[in-house]
Design a protein around this ligand. Structure first.
Ligand SMILES: Nc1ncnc2c1ncn2[C@@H]1O[C@H](COP(=O)(O)OP(=O)(O)OP(=O)(O)O)[C@@H](O)[C@H]1O
Length: 586
């Protein structure tokens, strides 16, 4: 009982929150009016037919006029039905659009930590499956159930007036039919939930395979991925076959039950007709009405399962909407007007999970306009520090300060606008070179683009391309070489003019010519900016104003190259272990 109460409350909450997504009140009112008119037209038709049968045409001089009202009603019903369909479809499409717009906005504003715990497939499913379930429930299901209830009451009343004993028969037969259908529909609900879970899993797999297709091929993992995919596809097939069987069962079951009911009622009606207590017209009208009742009865039967499905989907979407957005944890201080400041890390502690600290009591200062190299063994937390600086995560305790103020006190977007992150992967977005150069940048002119491309040594190459700067880069930049991709990312950073540069130094995947070109571009980008580098090249480290060594999440040395070579054993060992390597262009 308690579970039903919780479900009921969840349902009410879901319905309340979904009303904000209705496209327009006018559309809702039109759809309701159209549904009401359709009900009236449907209810009136058998009465008109009854009149024709009970008053045969031969008694009327102008027989065609006898048919006119029925023809008119049928015609009007046709018009109203198509108007109702149009209104309902527009309502559904508008609701789906509004829901998806809101979910889309939310997805873009959620913090990175959300994506650490929720799979892409699940998030995609909110936009696709859940949004559709809600749209269907609010339009098709709700409208059908409401109009079905009105049909039941009116038709029940009319049959009662025609012959109350027949209406008694119907009152007993309908609940039995409903019970059977709702039992089958509940089973269908369980299966559809499993299908949704499997589909999410499948979407995750597809995402991963498409994203990592090169890794899959170079690891010769096609066979493995093929088997994994086959398992999910077969399971989906098994579940949808079960679902199809149930769907195939619901309709005939309902029909058989209704036919049995009809047979009983027909039999009873024919006795009443032969006794003369029911006219032929009334008999036909009862049959018409009974047929009209089949639709609502089937819908009522499956309604509880559809309601449950809706509550689950709406609950999931509500949960997504309740997630805290990034600006929600943002301060209000303006960072954009501040001149360059020092960055100070004070007693910084951070762990992705509370029970496992990655950075512990880290302290150091980075002077504005200087170059700082961060070094340390793999997994020590170098990239994590960058992520904290970008405010993708908040420190567990301690602070990163800028101009003496914790960075989280600044407006998030203004803060991020100060930073450019150039990583090893150099991710490009789908679109043209131009799209990538100006991605997220509103304020630029063509001269700046040309200058940036010249600075990174790509201008000549791009000008020779048939479509020039409007050449498509392919998905994730696959039409370009690794070095070219990196230089496009550097050119973008040049156009953005960030104050703080975060560089994750390329290690191995570039040939020496590309490495030279990338290094040259980086040198131009670094000029006059506060630069923090996760460094691997000895030349970078030697030329840095400061080197910070991380070990076991703590600072294990700060100083210049020569200084550290003389008095820091860990630094010497890092250099000798070739985790730091000599660049051919040092
Ligand atoms: N999103 C995450 N959730 C949980 N743990 C994470 C997450 N990202 C990184 N880690 C863990 O945090 C630790 C530090 O990772 P980080 O990427 O900062 O190391 P790194 O020093 O940059 O390593 P590398 O030089 O190999 O890139 C690692 O043990 C890693 O497993």
């Amino acid at each position: 009982m308690k579970e039903y109460w919780i479900r009921f409350r969840e349902g009410v909450m879901a319905i309340k929150s979904i009303r904000y997504f209705l496209p327009s009140r006018k559309l809702v009112i039109f759809a309701i009016l159209a549904a009401l008119f359709e009900i009236v037209a449907t209810v009136v038709t058998p009465v008109a037919v009854m009149d024709i049968i009970d008053n045969p045409l031969m008694e009327v001089h102008l027989s065609i006029f006898k048919y006119l009202p029925v023809l008119m009603i049928l015609f009007i019903k046709l018009l109203i039905s198509s108007f109702h369909y149009l209104m309902l479809s527009n309502l559904a499409a508008g609701l789906l659009k509004n829901l998806r717009l809101k979910i889309w906005e939310k997805i873009l504003r959620l913090p990175i930590s959300f994506y650490d715990s929720v799979s892409n497939g699940e998030t995609m499913s909110r936009l696709t499956n859940d949004a559709i379930v809600i749209k269907d429930f609010f339009t098709t299901e709700t409208f059908s159930v409401i109009s079905g209830s009105i049909y039941l009451v009116i038709i029940g009343a009319i049959i009662f007036i025609i012959d109350w004993k027949i209406s008694l028969l119907i009152i007993f037969a309908i609940p039995a039919t409903l019970l059977l259908i709702s039992f089958i529909a509940r089973r269908e609900y369980d299966i559809s939930q499993s299908i949704q879970r499997e589909t999410e899993e499948f979407q995750n797999r597809i995402n991963q395979v498409l994203y990592e297709i090169r890794t899959i091929k170079s690891s010769q993992a096609e066979e493995y991925e093929s088997i994994q995919g086959q398992k999910i596809i077969r399971n989906l097939f098994r579940l949808s076959s079960m679902e199809n069987k149930i769907f195939a069962l619901i309709q005939p079951c309902a029909n058989i039950l209704l036919m049995l009911l009809f047979l009983v009622i027909f039999g009873y009606c024919s006795i009443r007709v032969s006794q003369g207590s029911l006219s032929a017209g009334q008999f036909v009208a009862v049959i018409f009405y009974l047929f009209e009742l089949t639709g609502p009865v089937t819908i009522f039967g499956s309604f509880s399962a559809k309601l449950l499905k809706f509550i689950v989907s709406a609950g999931r979407i509500n949960q997504l909407f309740a997630e805290e957005e990034e600006p929600g944890i943002s301060g209000k201080l303006s960072a954009s007007l501040l001149p360059p400041q020092d960055i100070e890390v004070q007693g910084l502690n951070f762990g992705y999970q509370n029970n496992r600290m990655i950075l512990q009591s880290v302290d150091f200062r980075i002077q504005k306009g200087s170059v700082t190299a961060i070094i340390g063994e793999s997994g020590v937390g170098k990239t994590t520090f960058f992520l904290l600086l970008e405010r993708f995560y908040l420190p567990s305790s301690g602070n990163i300060c800028y101009g003496g103020v914790p960075i989280q006190d600044y407006d998030l977007y203004e803060w991020r606008n100060k930073i450019a992150y150039v990583s090893q992967e150099a991710p490009l977005m789908q679109g043209t070179i131009h799209d990538n150069l100006t991605y997220g940048i509103e304020d630029y002119d063509n001269e700046e683009l040309t200058k940036a491309l010249l600075d990174v040594g790509l201008l000549e190459f791009i000008e020779k391309l048939p479509k020039g700067i409007h050449t498509k880069v392919g998905e994730r930049g696959t039409n370009l070489s690794g070095g070219q991709r990196q230089r496009i990312v550097i050119a973008r950073a040049l156009i953005r003019k960030p104050e703080i540069l975060l560089l994750d130094e390329a290690t191995s995947h570039l040939d020496s010519t590309s490495e030279f070109l990338v290094q040259n571009s980086l040198n131009k980008l670094m000029k006059g900016r506060t630069t923090i580098i996760i460094a691997h090249r000895l030349s970078t480290i030697e030329n840095s104003d400061q080197i910070i060594i991380l070990k076991d999440g703590k600072t294990a040395g700060i100083g210049y190259h020569r200084e550290l070579m003389e008095n820091n054993r860990l630094y010497r060992s890092l250099v000798s272990k070739q985790q730091i390597y000599e660049s051919p262009f040092a």
